[in-house]
Design a protein around this ligand. Structure first.
Ligand SMILES: [Zn+2]
Length: 325
């Protein structure tokens, strides 16, 4: 017979371990985001010293976690950027599949931001890019850490921090021309661009929803975790200005996941001032809610776990939608 006292104790231990793990994840998240969005990194503009420092930081994190580098001794995938002497660098690390496989899942987050521009009314000229997309890169690093602690995956997992997204998606294009595994065997690309910092949510949506056939599956996986799928109309107008477009126009499934506005337990969230993106105000601040960050991360993880166990069957039905104008 089961000992109720013992099983109660085991449950408490399990809860404590999970609280401890999410506490550690939050502290990692804060550390990555604070550094990448600091003024020292100059808004991580293309060609800046800050962009080099950011690339080095991400590479150090990948190394500490134990990812395999794309090159023998380096995680940096360097490429030329028009009109600039300094090379740009994607940062690429891999967790190889348990058994040799061509199939891969790609996690991607751009680490560049707008750099230093005209001074605004608050005398600030550094576009720190905290929500867009220092915190997305933090999520990329923490997903790598989570997968590295699990048993080896059934498909290869590639983690790509892309450079030069904001002005032309150059990093994603270069990655696809020089990918670690055959791009026609990429099961799906999970892109992270912006992250929920305004508290746990009940609803979420996927970009894009047009021209692809995997939305129903994502909706189902999320529903099992208690999420309600609720896409806003405006997403259909923004298919091509993201790193995912580089994948989709090549017939490779790819998406970005955003949370909606409905609080857990009902009711709309209040609009809080988080600082507008693409402005000097996109900085980390004390209003950020880290429980919502963990929820958002877990939703990404649940969806990637599903596609890792299911290497085929989804596709891009209308790649022409993702060609640039
Ligand atoms: Zn972005």
């Amino acid at each position: 017979m089961e000992n109720p006292f013992l099983s109660g104790k085991l449950l408490i231990v399990a809860i404590l371990i999970s609280l401890h793990t999410s506490g550690q994840t939050i502290s990692h998240f804060k550390k990555h985001t604070a550094y990448l969005s600091s003024d020292e990194l100059e808004g991580r503009g293309t060609g800046s010293r800050g962009a080099i420092l950011a690339a080095d930081y991400i590479a150090e994190q990948f190394d500490a976690i134990g990812l395999e580098p794309i090159n023998e001794n380096s995680y940096l995938q360097k490429f030329p950027y028009p009109g600039q002497d300094q090379l740009e660098s994607n940062i690429v690390g891999v967790i190889p599949a348990l058994q040799a496989s061509d199939e891969s899942i790609v996690f991607m987050a751009h680490y560049d931001a707008y750099g230093i521009k005209k001074t605004d009314e608050n005398n600030d000229s550094i576009y720190n890019g905290a929500r867009d997309n220092a915190i997305g890169v933090a999520a990329l690093i923490e997903l790598a850490r989570m997968y590295k602690t699990e048993k080896p995956p059934l498909q290869n997992i590639v983690f790509v921090a892309t450079a030069a997204e904001e002005f032309g998606q150059y990093g994603a294009e270069y990655y696809l021309e020089n990918a670690v595994y055959n791009i026609h065997d990429i099961t799906i690309c999970l892109n992270i661009d912006g992250f929920n910092v305004s508290g746990p949510r009940e609803d979420f949506f996927v970009m894009p929803r047009q021209g692809v056939d995997f939305i129903d599956e994502i909706e189902l996986i999320a529903k099992k975790k208690g999420w309600i799928y609720r896409p806003p109309d405006w997403i259909d107008g923004m298919n091509t200005n993201f790193d995912t477009a580089s994948f989709l126009r090549r017939n490779i499934p790819a998406f970005t996941l955003w949370t909606g506005n409905q609080l857990k337990g009902g009711g709309d969230a209040e609009q809080t001032d988080f600082g507008a993106i693409h402005s000097p105000d996109d900085e980390m601040n004390d209003n950020w809610n880290w429980d919502g960050v963990i929820d958002h991360l877990e939703l990404y993880k649940a969806i990637s776990d599903y596609f890792l166990s299911k290497p085929e069957g989804i596709k891009v039905t209308n790649p022409e939608l993702f060609n640039s104008k």
